[in-house]
Design a protein. Structure first.
Length: 144
């Protein structure tokens, strides 16, 4: 016995089909300005990471315990920043992948089209405002 697709699944497929049909060819893309912004941001992160790797300084051994502690705190701070950049790079790559497959701009939760203003402000987003708000409310309830 086959199960019938839900209305939500049908809506997602419908939006994706509409977007795929209305999307210009892959060479131009539907959001060329957002694609350029994502590619620039990706290149900047990779360039900075390359500079950090080539200029990576070893934590020096300081005779003063306070100086040694400060150097270690600075290194830990830098590592946290690099980790955030790595996560952002993954999100950028995912967004570029969705652009390539014409699924960019579709909310992963409800299947509706994400408004252009939201995509321009947060190009790596995967949720519309309503679904993001709902997600944050659910996370807040869990934290309590």
């Amino acid at each position: 016995m086959k199960s019938r697709p839900s209305a939500k699944t049908k809506a997602k497929v419908s939006v994706r089909t509409k977007l795929a049909r209305s999307s210009p060819s892959r060479s131009g893309g539907r959001y060329p300005d957002i694609r350029r912004d994502l590619e620039r941001q990706r290149a900047a992160i990779l360039e900075e990471a390359g500079e950090v790797l080539t200029n990576r300084a070893q934590v020096e051994s300081f005779p003063d315990v306070s100086d040694q502690a400060s150097a270690e705190v600075d290194q830990n701070f830098s590592l946290r920043i690099r980790e955030r950049e790595r996560k952002l790079l993954k999100k950028i790559d995912d967004a570029l992948g969705r652009l390539a497959t014409n699924t960019y701009g579709i909310c992963e939760r409800c299947g509706e089209e994400i408004p252009y203003k939201r995509l321009k402000a947060r190009p790596v987003t995967t949720l519309c405002i309503a679904c993001k708000t709902l997600q944050e409310e659910e996370e807040e309830k869990i934290r309590r």
